[in-house]
Ligand binder design. Structure first.
Ligand code: ZN
Ligand code: ZN
Ligand code: FE
Length: 756
């Protein structure tokens, strides 16, 4: 007897080879019917023997397509219709759109094999792709994901390509970016004056230029890179100087894992991250002896490393490079450049040459940055390969737009059980980055058909993203405290309901009392939070200038402990900075001139880093804390510093001055900065473990959530995880959303949902 079943499949099922897979599966089970992309996923009808239909759906559910992610299959049985065959029908676009859009994926092995086959028609074609690989999110203008809606719409497929594209059994069936040498995009090489460099092989020529020490801007998948030979220190320094990037590590790309092993250590888990189809930058420990230029990652124990992810990268790296520096093509604080015109304009003073192509990038997406920490993956920057994959929520949310924070901005849109976090937008400090922010808001709303009922924003009145939210009309607005958002972000990621004890540690966030928060212990339950404890307030002389010059924080702590007598101490810092500057800052603190108060954990790390002579000027965000952690040398027998807290107005104030006084004593007695740094970390672990035990008694809460940028510090993160677990706490930290301000938007959305 013939049966007919209809199914609506939702999840990531478009643009990833799902339809040819289903087509072949139906053929295998001798089923007729059709499959069709809709705006909400795919619709399938199959007709045939019941047991074959059942097998069909069971295999569909357990498919091993690398990129598919099925979130639901709704099935109905219907009266038979006598389909004559199995068809792939044209897409429909009228319904409400919640199809999940796949991110961009690295070139697959099948495509690479063809690219390296001299008999293949795409031999050495730098844009080879198929339904299992290639660009997606960055070329999509609208859904459903079909060629006319992508930046491939200007390329008319040749006969051969069209045949592949139309054949359901072919790997390129409906591969939207399908192309070849005859009909597709091509690369060209220019100098910085926009003069075309005549050559038969622009990629080979580019390799030669890189070997000669030139800086080349290379158009990639989600934006431009600036490339130099990573073994040529002169070239690396030239790039740093022109890009105005002093010491922040530069990412590198190597052709194979074996090459990477020559300069970095790779664990099994790190290897899995490196070769994953997302191809993120993975932070890997440097080998003590390595042949990369010293200035690739100065004063740092790690390299940020990735494998090639486009065919073009593979072709370029064939030319015997150990590694290429591949850093974002932007001026500092600007968004990464994506179009050719802008590249010449913005990068003209940095790059000597430009390897460009004529496939437009519609939406920029930086390289993602991940790190393996003991037993968990963490993500410092979530962009290419990950966005716009949703974070799956435990409950249905309203349609909400959350505008994020000002640094490391992302936005978040929610609909149903999906939280779509945008790719890393970056620091909203320039006009261009604000433009990108607005474009991202518009684009994601359009792609996912979301009309926000609520807009969530930070409390900081001067954040441009707060002002953006304020100016929106006909929508409810919810202001969210920054550190509350950090904790709720982690709770949403883990599907936790409150109340929890949240340790929210970061550099800067606008406090509910108008002061600068950042070392906060909060009791969080949905829309509400109570401040349970925080680091005692300390002056930040010069405001933001104290972030760039962490020695100012050192002076501030010293003044707090010793008054002006601190000038009589014999500290290395004084020689380095000079009495005059120190006196000047001292006056600022005494007069309270431009010295806002902060409870920031980030500033505590800054102050200690400067006190120990590790970093007195920060050349990039977080540098003093990063270096402080990297200097720490583990020492089993190490005891810890004293600490104290006292209760004022029902809130515990943690006395950082007691801790620092002890630390200064060690320093004066000749203890090494390496030992002191480790002892400092241990002290914080012990302090917050004891504090959590106390708070557990008072609140009855046993779950601790760790969030905020400071938790990029592994010593602190794993130290606290272990110590708290030993005391039988349940401990949660971030794995799929950044712990830094890149995760704020998700927390804002979750709080807005809880507020409704
Ligand atoms: Zn492929
Ligand atoms: Zn073609
Ligand atoms: Fe933060």
């Amino acid at each position: 007897m013939t049966h007919r079943n209809k199914a609506l499949v939702k999840g990531i099922v478009q643009g990833i080879g799902f339809r040819p897979f289903v087509y072949n599966l139906a053929k295998k089970h001798k089923l007729n019917g059709y499959i069709q992309n809709t705006s909400t996923g795919v619709e399938i009808e199959v007709e045939g023997e019941l047991n074959l239909i059942e097998q069909f759906f069971s295999e569909l559910e357990n498919n091993n397509l690398p990129l598919a992610q099925i979130t639901s299959i709704e099935q109905f049985s219907l009266p038979p219709k006598n389909f004559k065959d199995f068809q792939i029908k044209e897409s429909r676009s009228q319904e409400s759109k919640v199809t999940l859009i796949p991110p961009d994926i690295c070139v697959c092995d099948d495509c690479l094999k063809e690219m390296n086959d001299a008999n293949d028609r795409r031999f050495r074609y730098p844009f080879i792709n198929c339904t299992n690989c290639g660009p997606r999110y960055t070329i999509i203008k609208d859904v459903p994901y079909d060629r006319p809606q992508t930046s491939m719409n200007v390329f008319q497929m040749c006969e051969n390509c069209l045949q592949e594209y139309s054949d359901p059994t072919n790997r390129r069936f409906h591969a939207q970016p399908n192309a070849c040498q005859v009909c597709g995009p091509e690369v060209t090489l220019f100098d910085s004056k926009r003069k075309l460099i005549p050559t038969d092989d622009p990629i080979l020529k580019t390799a030669e230029l890189l070997k000669d020490g030139f800086v080349v801007a290379i158009k990639g998948l989600g934006g431009f890179h600036l490339a130099v030979d990573a073994q040529n220190n002169e070239a690396v320094l030239k790039l740093r100087q022109r890009k105005n990037r002093e010491e922040k590590p530069l990412a590198v790309m190597s052709r194979t894992v074996d090459l990477i092993k020559q300069y970095a250590n790779i664990s099994k888990e790190e290897l899995d991250l490196l070769i994953s189809p997302q191809r993120p930058i993975v932070l890997l420990e440097k080998k003590a002896q390595n042949n990369l230029a010293a200035d690739v990652a100065p004063k740092n124990k790690y390299f940020g490393v990735m494998l090639p992810y486009t065919p073009l990268h593979y072709l370029l790296l064939e030319n015997n490079f150990l590694a290429l520096v591949m850093t974002s093509g932007n001026l500092s604080e600007e968004p990464i450049v994506i179009n050719n015109e802008d590249a010449f304009e913005h990068l003209g003073n940095i790059a000597d040459y430009f390897l460009i192509h004529n496939r437009d990038i519609y939406l920029r997406s930086d390289d993602s940055i991940v790190r393996r920490i003991k037993t968990q993956n963490t993500i410092n920057r979530r962009a290419r390969g990950f966005a716009p994959l949703p974070v799956f929520l435990k409950i249905n949310f309203l349609q909400i737009l959350a505008c994020g924070a000002e640094l490391k901005n992302t936005i978040c849109l929610t609909k149903g059980k999906n939280a779509i976090i945008s790719q890393h937008v970056g620091d909203l400090k320039t006009e261009d980055s604000y433009k990108f922010f607005k474009q991202t808001v518009d684009h994601l709303q359009k792609l996912f058909d979301i009309k926000p009922e609520i807009v969530a924003h930070d409390l900081h009145p001067n954040y441009i993203c707060t002002q953006f939210a304020m100016e929106l009309e006909n929508v409810n607005k919810v202001g969210v405290q920054h550190h509350h958002a950090h904790i709720m972000s982690c709770m949403a990621e883990h599907g936790l309901d409150g109340p929890v004890i949240g340790l929210s540690f970061d550099g800067t966030g606008y406090g509910a009392d108008g002061k600068i928060w950042g070392g906060e212990v909060l009791l969080v339950e949905g829309a509400d939070f109570t401040r349970l404890a925080h680091l005692e307030y300390t002056a930040m002389p010069g405001g933001d200038a104290a972030i760039k010059e962490p020695w100012r924080m050192a002076v501030s702590y010293l003044h707090k402990i010793y008054g002006e007598d601190f000038l009589n101490l014999d500290l290395p810092l004084f020689q380095k900075i000079g009495k005059k500057k120190i006196e000047f800052i001292l006056q600022m603190i005494k007069k309270g001139f431009n010295s806002p108060e902060t409870s920031s954990m980030g500033r505590l790390f800054d102050g200690v880093s400067a006190l120990l002579g590790i970093c007195d000027y920060a050349t990039y965000e977080g540098q003093p804390a990063i270096m402080l952690e990297q200097w720490a040398i583990e020492n089993q027998s190490e005891n810890i510093y004293n600490f104290e807290w006292s209760k004022k107005n029902g809130i515990y104030q943690i006395a950082t001055s007691v801790l620092i006084k002890n630390l200064v004593d060690d320093l004066i007695h000749g203890k090494s900065p390496e030992q002191i740094s480790y002892k400092f970390h241990l002290t914080l672990v012990k302090l917050f473990t004891e504090l959590c035990q106390k708070l557990k008694k008072e609140t009855g809460r046993n779950r601790v959530v760790l969030s905020g940028g400071v938790f990029q510090n592994i010593t602190l993160l794993t130290g606290l995880q272990n110590a708290l677990k030993k005391e039988n706490f349940l401990v949660y930290s971030h794995e799929i959303v950044p712990t830094n301000d890149g995760g704020i938007s998700l927390g804002q959305a979750a709080i807005a949902e809880a507020t409704k």
